[in-house]
Design a protein around this ligand. Sequence first.
Ligand code: GDD
Ligand code: MN
Length: 380
Amino acid sequence: MKIAHIIPTFNERDNIKEMLDVLYDLSRKYPQWENIVIVVDDQSPDGTAEIVRKYTKDRLKVHLLSKKKEGLGRALILGYEFAVKKVKADLVIPNDADFQWDPRDYPKLVKKIEEGYDVAVASRHIPGGKVVGWNWFRKLNHEVSNSLLAWVLAGVHEVKDHAGNFKAIRVKGILDKVPLAKMKNAGFSFQLHILYELSKTTAKFIEVPVVFRERKFGQSKIGFNRYYLRDILEYIKSSLLIRYDRSQRFFKYGLVGLIGLAVQTLLSKILIISGMAPAVAVSIGAESAIITNYLLNNYWTFKSHVIEGGDMLKKFLQFNAASIGAVLIQGAVVWAGTGIFGESSWFIFMILSIVFLVIPYSYFVYNRFIWKTHQQKLYA
Ligand code: GDD
Ligand code: MN
């Protein structure tokens, strides 16, 4: 089996030599696999490429792809394409140069491929996996991109760790079906995008628990720097495109929500005009919107998981209970917000709570508990 290790580098002078050494030792230790290294360097000013070039003459088969600074995503796309088309690898294993993912874990990933899985993802989020030494900013970033954007918004549920680089991917029938040339990610949104593209093939996924350690040498290139905003916006854009692509369910859900709002507003208004007490009118309006939403979501948004017959009532009651959760969330946020910023801020807090909490919350509950769209996940 021919394994291509893809290592993107930007200013990794202090790490790259040791990385190549370790890969060399591993290739000695596992002679049953043919190991080839592809380093994709963005003309690092610190001379990373020089070290790699010199190494090529030595003992391990190393390809150096050198190009201008474009970001992690572009580097990986180029490396993947090279591995598939030029190296004609059977297996692709991307990893960072800085040892945060221990390259000595790679045989564990290969073992899963040999067992018949197609994509084995090194994971920090299944039992046995963990992260060492992140500050609150890093944690927050990761939670937002991994949980809120990748899991909830994009709806990529094949794995729990979407952000890492370290994984093993079978080429034949899987990676060679992915339109790499069409992928345009500049930054780390590539990691989510490639998982999504792989999920559209017949790939069987598995996660393998690993420990993500601190960097020993050099500095992280990903974080609050001049590419931060570009990369985050690209991540949000990718998540939205994936969501749109994936059965367009989220957009239908959004549209149903708007229809519900219209039903509630109109009906309440009509009832109040015809003399009903506003409190009663609004309650009837709200419950009517809940019924409309339930029916539209069932027969349209989630029609691939439609609820029928005896379950209709039971699920409708659950749906109502979920709506009470949404009411409580809004109440709590408006209470806290107006407590701090005064009564006049109620509207902004209502909108904020709907956009950032109620919409993701309801969508999550619907997918998870009402229409149960989840596939069973597989663990190592
Ligand atoms: N060629 C190239 N171009 N390589 C890059 C660039 C770039 O613009 N930016 C970063 N890299 C390389 C780094 O040299 C390193 O080998 C690897 O990509 C990861 O970058 P780090 O600087 O170590 O960032 P990190 O520790 O925050 O990375 C974490 O998040 C990434 C994005 O989600 C890890 O989990 C990575 O595995 C993950 O890809
Ligand atoms: Mn790193």
